[in-house]
Design a protein around this ligand. Structure first.
Ligand code: LIP
Length: 254
């Protein structure tokens, strides 16, 4: 459905602001996935980007019950513009632990996947993070996100400046899930963002960890999937260097 929609003209709507987009394909894919999974697993819970957006102002409740975390299209802005860096991101949590994650870019035909304790894979081939430990050798992904207020943008660009002064490069590619998968397979060495939601990075979290990488919150504390802050990288050392340079941006919890 995503691949077909990618090449067509879309009906685009806005959510929080003019830069926070949704298409009929996002909604159709989320419905399709949830309905299919519900028919197989009647007692499971679901946290989906578009269902959550429809319940404005409600906090997300994550319980110990088996819970599917779904982003029907991560990188919706890319999808709208036919920039081929978008994917579906799907994770299953049980007792608040991620059991497996799948990130599928159906345009480039790349499926990243990981099951807890069993490694991470790209189209079935085992992947692992790069050997990079120092920022001076690193390619770092960061994101601007959809907030357009001056204070947020100032700190986001300031953080990027601090990184780029010391690293090989910075990339803002527009999909949290794929950024994490790129770290997992060694195409990038780190990714950090203030503002993403649980559906943007739950699947990526297990894929990075199973590929030998590390995932933290942006201040180096253990990652909290509802806190809207994530930093992952090929090594603890690299994460520490990034944490020391970046300034916090407050976001309300999911
Ligand atoms: C998007 C992310 C992107 C991030 C945006 C947004 P969407 O997800 O993956 O990297 O910067 O804030 O969350 O809205 O396309 O699913």
């Amino acid at each position: 459905v995503i691949r077909k929609g990618f090449f067509e003209n879309k009906e685009v709507s806005v959510k929080e602001n003019f830069a926070d987009l949704v298409t009929e394909t996002d909604q159709a894919v989320e419905k399709l996935v949830i309905n299919h999974l519900k028919s197989k697993f009647q007692n499971h819970c679901f946290i989906g980007e578009e269902s959550a957006s429809a319940e404005k102002g409600q906090h997300i409740i994550l319980t110990d019950a088996p819970t599917w975390i779904i982003d029907p299209i991560d990188g919706t802005t890319n999808f709208v513009h036919k920039f081929p860096f978008c994917c579906i991101s799907l994770a299953l949590m049980v007792n608040k632990v991620i059991e497996f994650g799948i990130v599928y870019n159906s345009v480039t035909n790349e499926i990243f996947s990981a099951k807890r304790g069993q490694g991470a894979f790209l189209n079935g081939n085992k992947i692992s993070v790069s050997q990079v430990k120092e920022l001076k050798d690193a390619l770092v992904c960061a994101e601007i996100g959809s907030s357009r207020d001056d204070a947020t943008l100032t700190v986001k660009f300031d953080n990027m400046k601090k990184i780029i002064e010391k690293a090989h490069g910075i990339r803002c590619q527009g999909s949290a899930a794929l950024n994490m998968c790129y770290v997992a397979c060694g195409r990038a060495d780190a990714y950090f963002e203030f503002g993403p939601h649980i559906w943007d990075f739950a699947a990526g979290e297990i894929i990075v960890k199973e590929a030998g990488g590390v995932v933290f919150s942006t201040d180096g504390s253990p990652v909290d999937l509802l806190a809207r802050k994530v930093l992952c990288s090929s090594s603890k050392e690299l994460s520490c260097s990034i944490t020391k340079l970046i300034q916090d941006i407050p976001y309300d919890r999911d």
